[in-house]
Design a protein around this ligand. Structure first.
Ligand code: 5AD
Ligand code: FES
Length: 347
């Protein structure tokens, strides 16, 4: 039996099997099995999410991130509630039925402010899903956003290895708290997304194996992975970035371990390879997240260098995106794109 068949059957992977696949062995077969599993659950459909980057103020100082608080070069902005609602209206007209509100950890956006924004979006667009991606909060805050109408939450765990976590983040952050947040979100009833960067400084086969084991344990509804891309004004500005090949291999492995999972072909993957997102879809991904932020702020939400945010990345060019997805063999659907459980158990 091949290693790919083995991990598909047991929905688990050993450290040595991971190393073997990351070396490129059985690469084409891995990709084909991931595509077959994705097809059994989601057919040829690709879900779209409109990403609204509503603030790049952040109280944290992650070493890899361009909007970290110590980056004096970052030109900071916040969208007003009205601007956020306008982005949603624009997105709704373009066919989006899921909005992702993403931002740094910005204390200006108190729970009251956030809840008002969430309920306004819900009342304008009751048929849409709201996803939050705003970092670590108290359980009570997560509960309030949920009651206001947010149903999904993205919080990448970043790495499941303690020592690696400390290499990527200052002492004031902890892996344990990050995990507690993810479990709290799940308990409240959110559809939850975890994830990590590929090729981040200090990442090894062992830390990646821990990431995969953590994902098997958490059983998130979504997993966001994309290559680490250095941002020149951060402490990791001179570190090498992650590769598309490694990201694609991990997308396929994750599809086999968690067959039902919602798996985006990320902007970061599209940034390091002009056809990265298409390759992602052909490796088992089933979600794309075009940018709905106002054009004036897109460049300022600079987590990493050379982010794509013009042309076909932008939501205005949804027609181009539809064509690209079609050329990759898939179809964009304009619905909420909820998690599916087609009887294939996630372990
Ligand atoms: N390269 C790639 N991804 C990054 N992120 C933050 N900084 C970078 C970078 N330099 C990712 C993190 C975060 C998500 C919003 O963006 O994984 O969770
Ligand atoms: Fe903002 Fe990492 S720098 S959460």
């Amino acid at each position: 039996m091949s290693v790919v068949d083995d991990i598909e059957a047991k929905k688990d992977i050993t450290r040595d099997e991971l190393q073997y696949l990351l070396e490129g062995n059985e690469g084409e077969y891995l990709r084909q099995r991931a595509v077959a599993v994705r097809k059994a659950v989601y057919g040829q459909e690709v879900f779209i999410r409109g990403l609204i980057e509503f603030t790049n103020f952040c109280k944290n100082n992650c070493y890899y991130c361009g909007i970290r608080r110590d980056n004096r070069q970052a030109s900071r902005y916040r969208l007003t509630a009205e601007e956020i609602l306008d982005c949603c209206q624009n997105g709704y007209e373009l066919g989006f039925r899921t909005f992702v509100l993403q931002g740094g950890e910005d204390e200006y956006f108190t729970d009251d402010r956030l809840c008002r924004i969430i309920s306004s979006i819900k009342s304008n667009h009751p048929d849409c899903a709201i996803t939050l991606s705003i970092g670590e909060k108290d359980r009570a805050s997560y509960q309030r956003y949920f009651e206001a109408g947010a149903e999904r939450y993205l919080l990448r765990h970043e790495t499941a290895d303690e020592a690696h976590y400390r290499k990527l983040h200052p002492r004031e952050m902890s892996l344990q708290h990050r995990k507690e947040c993810l479990y709290a979100l799940k308990e409240i009833g959110y559809q939850v997304g975890a994830g990590f960067m590929t090729g981040s400084p200090g990442q090894t086969v062992d830390t990646l194996h821990e990431d995969l084991q953590f994902l098997r344990e958490l059983k998130p509804h979504m997993v966001g992975i994309g290559p680490f891309i250095p941002q020149h004004d951060t402490p990791f500005g001179n570190e090498p970035g992650g590769t598309a090949a490694m990201t694609l291999t991990l997308l396929s492995i994750i599809r086999l371990l968690l067959p039902n999972v919602l798996l985006p072909a990320t902007t970061a993957l599209g940034t390091i390879d002009p056809v990265g997102r298409e390759k992602g879809l052909r490796a088992g991904a089933n979600v794309v997240m075009p940018n709905l932020s106002p054009k004036a702020v897109r460049k300022k939400y600079a987590l990493y260098d050379a982010k794509i945010c013009t042309g076909e990345e932008a939501a205005e060019c949804i027609v181009c995106l539809k064509n690209r997805v079609k050329n990759a063999g898939y179809n964009i659907v304009c619905d909420r794109g909820d998690y599916r459980n087609r009887g294939i158990e996630n372990v």
